[in-house]
Ligand binder design. Structure first.
Ligand code: MN
Ligand code: MN
Length: 472
């Protein structure tokens, strides 16, 4: 009877030949570089744009395809297939944003001789994971004259980093008795950005002022903050007021790394969901002679509910598809084109955690190394807020993947009464097209050091490529 039972297939076993292992390793090495370089939605979209240009794609739309980006944070790309658009396109979505700490608009404070920047966290993070570790600052400062100052501090070997200090155990008795939810306050997530006070310029002659203001000859009321402002001015030619129109993000400092003696895992920040951005783009560029037009949509703001002009609930995607239809097949109706299309909502899944197995229902959990996980539905407790993919669509996908012996698994997130989470699938489902969530499973999702399996990275690329190359 064994041949009647179903067991998921290990991606390590599926890709065991020396050639495949070599391809797997090469992909992982490029992925580690990508992850180390792209720590914000803007950096991710800029990287994707460079890669698209390098492959011959141009902004806008020509007969073969093109791409459009929005506010540097979201991006749509299309590669024209052999069949007409009215027969539907194949779309993969992913998101460019990750949980982090954003600087407040008036961030700079000085307390007891320490200069700090106040933050407002973005997305679902566990506050304590951000304490006592090296942090970097990435982002932009927009000036009134239209200039944009790009900021990246804390990534180069000789760069200083920032940090949020944690309470010493000697004084943490009361805090230790609190619940995790109560023990860490958002208003204490202040990053340390300086300590040396600015000396009032002694005997400074008029016209030789250090910050261009006369009061620089007076001892500053907040000398550490004054020093920080001076350094920011020297390096970026900005003043405190310019931070009102800045987006500065505090992220873990340093590169992504291979983890384990066998280097079989990738550890790094922002793999939710940049692992799907990376693999979906690779699939898009490497798909061989696709029948149906291939589209990518990379959205921002997924981690805070997909609102905002660059999020999945905005009209950006729809505008792009309408422009594409107008250019290539003006006679086709938007509605029928969308209804004929098929999508993968590429987002990461929670892997069965070796130390917290009791939180998962094991038979329906994602195993590291068994290929990307499909989720028929996301949502929580009674499938609320779920896109519930149709069985006919899942069956078609099974056929596509079986024909290439690509390893994959079907999973849901945690035990029914414990788990929950959403993706952008429902925003695509709103158009009536077929869509299902699929992406590699991570350990430590939303942490500053998420883990992915090198085998799952490789298998995810195979799944996305098979989808783009599939006929009907
Ligand atoms: Mn995600
Ligand atoms: Mn997430």
């Amino acid at each position: 009877m064994n041949e009647l039972a179903y067991n998921p297939q290990s991606a390590w076993k599926a890709y065991a030949s020396p050639e495949e292992r070599q391809a797997m390793r090469a992909l992982a090495e490029r992925y580690v570089d990508f992850l180390s370089e792209c720590k914000t939605e803007r950096e991710t979209v800029a990287w994707v744009e460079r890669r698209l240009r390098g492959a011959g794609f141009a902004p806008g739309l020509d007969e073969r395809g093109g791409f459009t980006q929005l506010h540097g944070k979201a991006l749509f790309a299309v590669r024209r297939g052999r069949r007409s658009l009215s027969e539907g396109f194949h779309l993969i979505s992913a998101h460019t944003d990750s949980p982090r700490l954003d600087l407040k608009q008036r961030p700079l404070i000085e307390q007891v001789g320490v200069g700090q920047a106040k933050t407002h966290y973005y997305g679902g993070l566990r506050k304590y994971q951000w304490l006592a570790r090296p942090l970097a600052l990435h982002g932009v400062v927009a000036l009134q004259n239209g200039d944009i100052r790009s900021v990246v501090i804390g990534e180069k070997q000789n760069d200083p980093v920032f940090t949020i200090e944690d309470l010493l155990p000697h004084l943490a008795k009361k805090q230790s008795e609190k619940t995790v939810a109560d023990a860490f306050e958002a208003e204490k997530l202040n990053i340390i950005i300086g300590h040396e006070p600015l000396e009032a310029a002694p005997e400074d002659k008029a016209g030789n002022a250090r910050t261009g203001a006369d009061e620089s000859r007076e001892p500053a009321k907040e000398p550490v903050k004054a020093h920080i402002l001076k350094l920011l001015h020297e390096r970026f030619a900005i003043r405190e007021e310019d931070l009102l129109s800045a987006e500065l993000q505090v992220v873990p400092a340093g590169p992504a790394r291979f983890v384990g003696l066998d280097s079989a895992l990738v550890g790094g920040y922002g793999q939710d969901d940049r692992i799907c951005v990376f693999t979906a783009l690779e699939a898009f560029l490497s798909a061989a002679d696709p029948e149906h037009s291939c589209c990518l949509i990379f959205w921002d703001k997924e981690e805070i509910g997909s609102d905002g002009s660059t999020g999945a609930s905005s009209r950006f995607f729809e505008y792009c598809v309408r422009d594409m239809a107008e250019a290539w097949e003006p006679e086709s109706s938007f509605g029928s084109l969308m209804l004929a299309s098929r999508a993968l909502s590429a987002d990461v899944h929670a892997a069965l955690d070796p130390d917290w197995q009791e939180l998962h229902e094991k038979q329906n959990s994602a195993l590291m190394g068994y290929g990307p996980s499909f989720s028929k539905f996301t949502g929580s407790r009674g499938k609320y807020g779920a896109n519930d993919a149709h069985p006919e669509y899942i069956a078609w996908l099974r056929g596509v993947l079986a024909a290439r012996a690509v390893p994959w698994q079907m999973a849901e997130l945690g035990k029914v009464d414990l788990g929950g989470g959403g993706t952008v699938a429902l925003f695509l489902a709103a158009y009536g097209l077929d869509v299902i969530d699929v992406g590699p499973a991570l350990l430590g999702m939303h942490s500053p050091f998420e883990l992915a399996s090198v085998a799952d990275l490789y298998a995810s690329l195979q799944v996305y490529r098979a989808f783009f190359e599939a006929g009907r």
